[in-house]
Design a protein around this ligand. Structure first.
Ligand SMILES: [Zn+2]
Length: 123
């Protein structure tokens, strides 16, 4: 592994642990919310809103966790730091801010605008 990537590895592992922990909490909260019995209609509206919030938090966490895991895998393979789509080196500032990003800034914009398929989420 190139030495400049070692510090990212530590940050990624830390991020992975945090995400795994917060996802477990989200699942726990979701279970508790579902288990509660509330006949009141207003309460049910609040509950379904809460469930949705927990669900979307969980989904987002899952997506990020997949990215973090992928980045760690790519660190191991030696392809970390290369854009998954175009193969160009991802800028160091970008990696510094988002060490789990699989795309360079140009491809990220294209993924967000739907111009190219998100190879990570499609998988
Ligand atoms: Zn790219």
């Amino acid at each position: 592994m190139p030495s400049q990537f070692r510090r990212y590895e530590e940050r990624l592992r830390h991020q992975q642990q945090q995400l795994e922990r917060s996802l477990l909490t989200a699942v726990e909260q979701g279970r508790q919310t579902v288990a509660e019995d509330t006949p009141d209609v207003a309460d049910q509206a609040v509950l379904s809103y809460q469930k949705e919030m927990i669900f979307s938090q969980g989904t987002e966490g899952h997506n990020q966790l997949s990215l973090v895991r992928l980045a760690l895998e790519r660190l191991g393979e030696g392809s970390f730091g290369e854009c998954l789509h175009c193969g160009q080196a991802i800028g160091e500032k970008r990696l510094e801010a988002l060490p789990w990003t699989p795309y360079c800034i140009e491809c990220q914009e294209k993924v967000e605008s739907g111009e190219i398929d998100d190879m990570v989420r499609a998988a």
